[in-house]
Design a protein around this ligand. Structure first.
Ligand code: SF4
Ligand code: SF4
Length: 364
């Protein structure tokens, strides 16, 4: 039975360091003389208080606690934003570069093509730091996701993938159920040695960047990322089977997902009236229709708020299928859109707004 720990989290330096030491001790992670990669969620260049990225106090505490053991610690991610200097900019803005001490890594610089056990492709491009680390500590952020319902430990592994290869992955598996399976394939390239999820401030609603923040005040930890994501689903009062990556995990025997099959230690609570994304990804009906071939169900109907959009072009640049043309505002080619929500999550102004669920239901 997977053992999962819940600890209080207030982002204060002393509390976080005490929690980091305790978790290393509880899970017996012996890092002496080893290279440890800390993999936070560094989705983009957002400040820590935006609640989009893993809080730097967790990364700092883990780095210090591991260095106390004599580890060589690296901190890195491949953020959604690509281009010259994007990783360094994200590192500065999120506070993660400072939290990393001397160990902040541009993971896009050094990569390797590796075999992938997947029905969607037989290889992919992964940062070499992921492959070469002696220990991998996955530090996801507890957030909803418009396309995948939830982004936790499994989804955080998508950051193993370098640059434009991420776009290729999206095009290979456009339906949420398929993409969930592909995320699991990537997670299994290098499963974590420890997962600590930042559920201090969590995001509900239309995540992973445009949702609303809730104070939950928890760190969630375990060795099994599937079990930890399932626990997060139970905290959201969501059946874990509604999360595509968890459905895929269970079908491969990587569960269990039921709450009574998890050994939870610490103050477990269901978050009252937790809001899911306003997309159809989490609906049972949408899942059934997608399986039946109605792929349009997964496509978002987004519009740019003219008061917020500054015509920066980030959405156009990062659409994996060139379904956006920037005139004064982004114009969407809905028949080309594959519903990856990259434009939505990367818009620095939160200018893209989903239309109502009923609007999304219309065939495109
Ligand atoms: S919608 Fe967002 S990302 Fe796209 S051009 Fe406007 S501000 Fe930039
Ligand atoms: S328009 Fe947005 S959601 Fe659609 S494929 Fe492009 S980036 Fe993805």
């Amino acid at each position: 039975m997977p053992r999962l720990l819940l600890l209080d989290c207030d982002y204060h330096e002393e509390t976080m360091l005490a929690a980091a030491r305790k978790l290393l001790d509880e899970y017996g992670l012996d890092a002496a003389g080893k290279t440890v990669l800390l993999k936070p969620n560094m989705l983009g260049a957002w400040k820590p208080e935006a609640g989009v990225t893993t809080h730097p106090s967790l990364v700092r505490a883990m780095r210090v606690a591991l260095e106390e053991q004599g580890a060589r610690v690296q901190v890195g991610d491949n953020p959604g934003l690509a281009g010259y200097g994007a990783i360094e900019r994200c590192g500065r803005r999120t506070g993660l570069a400072e939290a990393a001490g001397d160990g902040f890594l541009n993971m896009a610089r050094d990569w390797e093509r590796v075999p992938l056990r997947s029905r969607f492709c037989d290889s992919t491009i992964i940062s070499r730091a992921v492959l070469e680390a002696d220990l991998l500590v996955n530090l996801p952020k507890f957030k909803t996701h418009m396309g995948m319902v939830f982004t936790g430990a499994i989804k955080n592994s998508f950051g193993f993938i370098v640059g434009a290869e991420k776009a290729r992955m999206h095009t290979l598996a456009p339906r949420p159920s398929d993409f969930g399976e592909l995320l699991l394939d990537i997670y299994l390239v290098r499963p974590p040695d420890l997962v600590i999820m930042d559920a201090g401030t969590v995001m509900e609603g239309n995540g992973p960047s445009g949702g609303t923040l809730r104070q939950v005040g928890k760190l969630m930890a375990g060795v099994d990322g599937v079990a930890l994501d399932a626990l997060a689903a139970h905290m959201m009062a969501v059946d874990p089977h509604r999360i595509p990556a968890l459905r895929a995990a269970e079908s491969r025997g990587l569960g269990p997902l039921e709450l009574n099959s998890l050994q939870v230690e610490g103050p477990f609570e269901i978050i009252p009236r937790f809001k899911l994304p306003m997309s159809l990804a989490s609906s049972r009906l949408a899942g059934i229709l997608q399986h039946a071939g109605f792929s349009f169900i997964a496509r978002p109907r987004l519009k740019a708020d003219p008061r917020l959009c500054n015509s920066c072009g980030v959405c156009e640049k990062h659409c994996p299928v060139n379904a956006i043309e920037l005139r004064q505002r982004p114009v969407f080619n809905r028949s080309a859109c594959i519903g990856c929500y990259c434009c939505y999550e990367l818009c620095p102004e939160h200018a893209l707004k989903p239309r109502s669920v009923f609007a999304m239901l219309r065939p495109l």
